[in-house]
Design a protein around this ligand. Structure first.
Ligand SMILES: Cc1cc2nc3c(=O)[nH]c(=O)nc-3n(C[C@H](O)[C@H](O)[C@H](O)COP(=O)(O)OP(=O)(O)OC[C@H]3O[C@@H](n4cnc5c(N)ncnc54)[C@H](O)[C@@H]3O)c2cc1C
Length: 231
């Protein structure tokens, strides 16, 4: 394995892979490092995205889009429900694993290396180079590194960029044998369900028989009872 690159991207999620592909198209020698064994796994996303993602970033919908979403049922704490939307497609529910895998295979097919199963634990600036050390004692260097390593970014903290103002804690599941409108997401708000955030039900097939459900709570320390209720 090579040790020196022009650019190293820490994190092979959608942002890292997309940026890596742009750099490869500009003929930059780039490597990505990710702690995951399989890019995109485990899925940590509700999987709703705007249709613009596909046109703007030239991503094929096939094998990624699960269902077109035209609106939402929003339920207030007192049980009142409002329905918004019309027949226009406002969003897609997607197979997020397939989405991440597509972007990873794109960057690899353009000639970038994805170094997997290696967690970056240390970053050091040495003259014009930055060296990156992983938990497997692997060291790679580049004059430029990019942190695309998500909400707990080690690159951000090592270079003194500010922490996120807020981190919410969430739980989710894929469920079957439901009967829901296949075009509408359901959103539930209120302190009793998901204080500071909301809960969701997202159709994932055309029949409305499968869904992705989840909720997030604003205060991670207080999440346990809500997660137990969810289970
Ligand atoms: C519960 C939940 C629901 C969400 N729902 C939606 C939604 O419906 N629609 C939407 O658009 N967005 C949603 N998001 C947000 C979306 O998932 C993120 O915006 C998106 O994943 C950001 O992409 P990214 O490439 O920046 O980071 P990530 O996808 O987080 O990728 C970062 C990568 O960096 C790697 N990494 C991290 N640290 C290290 C390290 N030290 N060494 C090596 N590798 C490392 C990780 O393994 C990971 O692969 C949701 C997020 C959560 C948590």
């Amino acid at each position: 394995m090579k040790k020196i690159y022009e650019v190293i991207i820490v994190g092979a999620g959608p942002v890292g892979c997309y940026l890596g592909a742009l750099l490869r198209k500009a003929n930059v020698d780039v490597a990505l490092i990710d702690e995951r064994k399989t890019i995109g796994e485990p899925v940590q996303c509700a999987g709703i995205i705007t249709p613009r993602v596909f046109s703007q970033f030239h991503i094929p919908k096939e094998d990624i889009v699960q269902q077109a979403i035209t609106g939402a049922h929003i339920t207030a704490p007192d049980g009142t429900t409002v329905c918004i939307g019309d027949s226009t497609t406002r969003a897609y529910s997607i197979d997020r694993y397939a989405f991440d895998q597509y972007l990873a295979s794109e960057v690899e097919s353009l000639g970038a290396t994805i170094i997997k199963k290696q967690k970056v634990i240390k970053v050091q600036k040495q003259q014009q180079m930055i060296s990156i050390q992983t938990n497997k004692q692997h060291i790679v260097s580049a004059p430029l590194i990019i942190g695309a390593d998500g909400p707990y970014s080690i690159i951000r903290s090592m270079f003194g960029f500010p922490q996120p103002l807020e981190i919410v804690k969430g739980i989710g599941a894929e469920i079957q044998n439901v009967e829901i409108d296949p075009h509408l997401v359901k959103i539930y708000v209120g302190k009793a369900i998901a204080p500071g955030f909301f809960a969701w039900v997202i159709p994932t097939n055309k029949k409305g028989t499968t869904a992705r459900i989840g909720l997030c709570v604003q205060s991670p320390q207080k999440a346990k009872p809500y997660f137990e209720g969810f289970c």
